[in-house]
Design a protein around this ligand. Structure first.
Ligand code: F3S
Length: 684
């Protein structure tokens, strides 16, 4: 959708360096090769579109199987001092290499690709002071699990987390990446580590040694100033201190990444809470934890077990973060060590981390899994709400897979070897943070775009039901919106997921028309007291799906308005929640209040986001009213818009509606969208 929206801009080439990565659509079924082939077969048209549009518009294209975006970005693109935006919340992973890397919605990405400025709310800054250094079973994952416990899942909202203190340099660049990756679990806008020698090591190992001299020349800009270290309370809005030397390995979950405890407390909690004690599957890797260092520490644990004739008591799945990681651990033996205790290596893609885990045997059952991933809300991994998903470091996940039990603590509990003798796993030895003989790049799956892609055809089958090229929206015709019907009045929480539900609809996220059949299906309509239904005011038909009513109005060229409650559009930044109303004929969305990102998305699509000057006016809007929004040619920043409400009994009343449109945003409304406005400026 980001690319489809970018295409509306009419630009020939992206305005900033851009790459496209295919990692979410590969389903984990059997193992790497056949799973990847299945994905290529099932989603071929999507990949053809992504590859051809990348070539057409000057974007680098990483084919399916080349890796998970955040690992590839760490290996190829992130560098100290860079600003990166990515269409995935775990973009923050790049902070491990000193980038300010921020996850955004597709609409924001499309703006940036088209050369529009990118806006973000000015963040608070949380300082996390790290002291000491880790040893034994403690790993970088434990730093972020501990921080999630301290700050909770909303503790990073509208904040940048900045790590500082002497402990930072004791953690490898990829370990820092793991910590930053899960800043997304705290809701952080971004998180970042200061430049140090560990970053230089990783830059050199990934073929970017030339950046080291530049980073060192500008090191004063890439580390906190001395006075920050001395008096951090003067510079940070909040400070958390973690002593790495005393930090215990942690496990968090199920179902929330801040439900954490030290491993030593887990067994008692398993009994108390009745979690299924048996670990059914341990999963390691993903964008969060599949570095060379991680894989070597996992392999160390695996080798200890194999030497005593012990295999994993649970299933064991490995998701390499990139082709480079996969090829290197195959060459250096970590993969073989894990396979020797029963591991299956999956494709270099997201797979079980994003619900792409074909696991029919677990459907409807309560079971426990341990992953080294980052998210663990219900159904996240296998679509089964009964799966209790715990998160830990990869080496701890492997150890718990060997023990086969949530109550197994490798720091204190023995395993039993093939001869019936007890033995203790030793903490994994310090692993090299980069391969001693260099990375093996594996199969090259990168497609460099041509200098001039203007003769490349963007491949979208007109009969596709998954992809649809978007035409630019029509500009405003200069007239007030007169006597438009009320499509729906949502009551209570109306998230972007209520406006544009996901689940099976995700399949259509590149085909706006098909996807729009989901519009408002998750929203509670105050008029029907049902979810997703309303009344067609033209035909009088009762209780129809709301998108069908909108399509009926739109077919007759009739615009409509939707009424919303407080904080309308909260939740993820899903741009479809603005695009579908735009496609199906909305003129304005009028609410008691908006969630900021959704309000901005509506503006970008040329819609009017308006709020009641008096919130109790929400009650005045009746199902069979007609509304006129008048004086739009004089739309001015800070001045209310008047709505004339005609009730069915013939009475009229006038309401004042507020808006937050500034002058450029009013120009977006007039042009039909932000993209249209930009195109008009370029053509001028
Ligand atoms: Fe990362 Fe993919 Fe999971 S991007 S968070 S491995 S879904």
């Amino acid at each position: 959708m980001a690319i489809l929206q970018f295409m509306q801009s009419g630009r020939d080439r992206v305005a900033v360096p851009t790459t496209v990565h295919c990692d979410h659509l590969v389903q984990a079924r059997v193992g790497a090769d056949s799973d990847l082939q299945d994905a290529l077969n099932e989603s071929n048209e999507v990949y053809q579109f992504l590859e051809s549009s990348s070539r057409r518009y000057g974007m680098g294209f990483w084919r399916p199987g080349s890796g998970i975006i955040h690992q590839v970005v760490l290996e190829k693109y992130a560098f100290p001092g860079s600003l990166i935006i990515g269409t995935d919340s775990h973009t923050v992973n790049g902070g491990g290499l000193g980038s300010l890397a921020i996850g955004v919605g597709g609409a924001d990405a499309a703006d940036v690709m088209a050369g529009l400025p990118w806006e973000v709310r000015y963040p608070r800054i949380i300082g996390v002071k790290l002291t000491g250094s880790m040893s034994g079973w403690t790993a970088p994952k434990d730093v972020i699990i501990k921080l999630a416990y301290e700050l909770t899942v909303s503790g990073g909202t509208n904040a940048i987390i900045e790590y500082f203190g002497p402990g930072t340099a004791s953690i490898s660049a990829t370990g820092k990446g793991t910590i930053c990756n899960m800043g997304a679990e705290l809701g952080a806008t971004g998180d970042v580590f200061p430049y140090d020698e560990r970053m230089a090591t990783y830059l050199r190992a990934t073929g970017r040694g030339d950046l080291v001299a530049i980073a060192e020349e500008y090191v004063h800009l890439l580390q906190s100033d001395p006075e920050v270290e001395q008096q951090p309370e003067q510079f940070y809005d909040q400070i958390v201190e973690i002593d790495l030397s005393t930090l215990e390995p942690h496990v968090t979950g199920p179902h929330s990444p801040d439900r954490a405890r030290p491993i030593s407390e887990l067994a008692a909690e398993v009994q108390r809470e009745g979690f299924p004690e048996r670990v059914s599957v341990a999963l390691v890797g993903s964008c969060t934890n599949s570095s060379y260092e991680d894989m070597e520490r996992c392999a160390d644990v695996a080798r200890q077990a194999a030497a005593r004739g012990v295999s994993a008591a649970s299933g064991l799945l490995v998701t390499p973060g990139s082709e480079q990681v996969r090829a290197t651990i195959e060459r250096d033996g970590q993969q073989a060590a894990l396979e020797a205790i029963g591991a299956t290596v999956l494709a270099n893609a997201c797979g079980p981390c994003i619900g792409q885990w074909n696991r029919p045997e677990a459907r409807g059952t309560e079971n426990s899994i341990v992953t080294s991933y980052n998210r663990n809300f219900p159904s996240r991994n296998d679509g089964n709400a009964g799966t209790m998903n715990f998160i830990a470091s990869p080496e701890l996940a492997v150890a718990m897979g060997l023990g086969g039990s949530l109550a197994f603590n490798p720091l204190t509990d023995p395993l039993v070897d093939a001869n019936g003798n007890e033995f203790m796993l030793q903490p994994p030895t310090a692993a090299p943070e980069v391969p001693p003989t260099g990375f093996d790049p594996g199969v090259d799956m990168y497609v460099e775009p041509p200098e001039d892609g203007s003769d490349v055809d963007v491949r979208v089958d007109p009969s596709s039901n998954r992809l649809q090229v978007l035409d630019p929206w029509a500009p405003w015709d200069g007239n007030d919106f007169e006597d438009v019907p009320i499509l729906v009045k949502t009551e209570g929480k109306t998230t972007t997921d209520s406006i544009s539900p996901a689940g099976p609809w995700l399949r259509f996220r590149g085909h706006l028309n098909n996807l729009s059949d989901n519009m408002f299906l998750g929203a509670n309509n105050a008029y029907t007291d049902e979810t997703g239904t309303g009344k067609n005011q033209l035909s009088g038909e009762e209780i129809m799906p709301i998108p069908e009513i909108a399509r009926a109005y739109s077919a007759q060229g009739i615009r409509w308005v939707a009424i919303g409650d407080e904080n309308y559009g909260e939740g993820s930044s899903r741009e479809h929640a603005a695009l579908s109303p735009r496609m199906l004929g909305a003129a304005a969305i009028i609410t008691r209040s908006f969630a900021r990102i959704h309000e901005s998305n509506l503006k970008k699509q040329g819609l009017l986001p308006l709020t009641f000057e008096d919130p109790s006016d929400w009650d005045r809007i009746l199902e069979d009213d007609r509304m006129s929004l008048v004086g739009l040619s004089d739309l001015t920043p800070g001045q209310p818009v008047q709505a004339v409400l005609k009730h069915a009994d013939g009475s009229e009343e006038t309401l004042n509606l507020r808006h937050t449109l500034n002058d450029p945003q009013i120009a977006w409304f007039r042009a039909g969208s932000a993209m249209n406005h930009m195109k008009n400026l370029e053509g001028a």
